[in-house]
Design a binder for this molecule. Structure first.
Ligand code: ADP
Ligand code: 5GP
Length: 202
């Protein structure tokens, strides 16, 4: 993992992370989304191999036993994991990558990456608003929403371990904040606003 930045983003389910990430990736250059493997079923509107690589449990476990995952975790009753090879292939080209992973996966990478990752937590304005967003999204059953809300309370406790925290109250502002963080981190690595290496003629 030589060049590109690794942004690790976590948020309780329903916070608006996917909404924010899609816009940020569309609006910035040289940054891509890390497509995870999951045993969860696709939601309406989700595209196979774009939103996730949807696999069955035995495929996931075999991959995990073969050591293919940079990190993996069981989240809300399903397995999710990030492939090491994909992350490496992208960052080696000098392209930034965003990992949308849960707090357990992020904690694994905080230990493993030796300060090489930038950790961002996106928080809902309140748990009440989070519930409203999950219900309005309408993609999960009541019992799945209840599990996700229950877990949200615990996930919020991990916020203190992250480098940055963004509250997604107004979505446009949250998008601006995340873009600012990405641009600032590029600058720290002597890269321009579009992620290109600085070419200083001095
Ligand atoms: P996540 O990926 O964190 O689970 P989503 O991006 O799917 O969340 O967003 C959950 C729901 O909340 C969606 O219906 C989305 O349109 C809505 N949403 C996202 N951000 C906001 C916001 N700032 N205010 C109100 N609703 C929002
Ligand atoms: P969802 O089912 O709503 O897409 O995702 C549920 C949770 O799983 C979210 O917190 C999301 O960030 C997390 N997640 C998605 N991909 C991965 C992954 O590869 N690893 C880990 N640890 N969590 C993931």
């Amino acid at each position: 993992m030589k060049n590109g930045n690794l942004f690790i983003i976590s948020a309780p389910s329903g916070t608006g992370k996917t909404t924010i990430l899609k816009r940020v990736i569309a609006e910035l250059k040289n940054i891509v989304f890390s497509v995870s493997h999951t045993t969860r079923s696709p939601r309406l509107g989700e595209e196979k191999d774009v939103d996730y690589f949807f696999v069955d449990k035995s495929t996931f476990v075999t991959m995990q036993e073969q050591g293919l995952f940079l990190e993996w975790a069981e989240v809300h009753g399903n397995l999710y994991g990030t492939c090491s090879n994909t992350v490496q292939a992208i960052t080696e080209q000098g392209i930034d990558i965003i990992l949308d992973i849960d707090v357990q996966g992020a904690r694994q990478l905080m230990d493993k990456l030796n300060n090489k990752g930038v950790f961002v937590f996106i928080s809902p304005p309140s748990l009440h608003e989070l519930e409203k967003r999950l219900v309005n999204r309408g993609t999960e059953s009541d019992s799945v929403i209840a599990t996700r809300l229950n877990n949200a309370h615990d996930e919020m406790k991990s916020l203190e371990y992250y480098d940055y925290v963004i509250v997604n109250d107004r979505v446009d502002q949250a998008i601006d904040e995340l873009k600012s963080i990405i641009i600032a981190e590029r600058s720290r690595k002597r890269r321009g606003i579009s992620g290109e290496p600085l070419n200083l003629d001095i």
